[in-house]
Design a protein around this ligand. Sequence first.
Ligand SMILES: [Zn+2]
Length: 397
Amino acid sequence: MATPQAAMPKGKLVVRNIGLLLSGDLDRPILDADTIVAVDGRIAAIGKAKDLDTGNATTVIDAKGTALAPGLIDSHVHPVFGDWTPRQNQLNWIDSFLHGGVTTMISAGEVHLPGRPRDVVGVKALAITAQRAFEAFRPSGVKVLAGAPVLEQGMVEEDFKELAAAGVKLLGEVGLGSVKAGDEAKRMVAWARKYGIQSTIHTGGPSIPGSGLIDKDVVLEADADVIGHINGGHTALPLDQILALCEKSRRAIEIVHNGNESAALYALRIAGQTGQLARVILGTDSPAGSGVQPLGILRMIAMLSSLGDVPAELAFCFATGNTARIRQLDCGLIEPGRAADFVFMDRAQHSAGRDLLDSVRKGDLPGIGMAVIDGVVRVGRSRNTPPADRVPEVVES
Ligand SMILES: [Zn+2]
């Protein structure tokens, strides 16, 4: 993961009085614990307060009975540089996502850069620069894994070797550049994989003028690690093609906010019926033509839970543990050794739901009360979500 060890904060964080502990793990989504201890930015222990060593803490958070989940991961964003997007000419959009519970973002290509280079040397230079820039600069503490080159014709195996050696770990969405044919994409995806670079493919109709159609045959042939926005971005493939992708591929099923919601629910249903919920991951696919959605991941969780008939505690796993495992991240799960990235939530005021999980299951968004990244409190009560019933508090620092 892109965390330079030197940047890891020192100290001991104790979080107590957790009312509901969501693990991010589909097999065991709720943990029987009320306390987490983190040391130097990593989870050290999880359990009941009386059983843990909570002394000598540098920071103590009283969760006040609220729910704690792993910080949310947006599997599909299109950053450019810093906390600015030219797509909707907006500043501080990443900070706004933190207020939506997102603590890690994964670039699917820095495609909105004005004048984005399309020659091979330029593509590589941009990817390496973006990787370096976001490793060195985390807007409001959010981890942005960027430097995701878009495949262009003329790239050879040596280019992937060179990118990997330079620290590039991701490909931008296959299909957004000049490589759109299955056989060509397959060759490059395989080179990327050989050197440890993970790949995502655009799925569906063109997103904006300049991008193209990628149908199920191209997706299956290219065999990228992530079936990017299986529900289209926005234009989805016909449902029989989405079914084929769920059945014939083993790769991640990524569902995005800026896609077709009907197709999203279809893909989720197929994944559920075939026992493949562990493949489901969530992204916003923003900034995009339809905007920038700070609450996009929460909205997806509430939408998939309420309309897709999935228990809320499982829907949270789609945006935490599933993504962490598929993307090989060190966050996203509440277990010892993982990054201490947390989001605190409670039922929004006046929700018809009886508690947090019931409110999400009924389609309401939770209220966020705090977000922690690498064991450090980054933000208190969210300025973007509806206000929560209860809000955690730093009681010792
Ligand atoms: Zn796309």
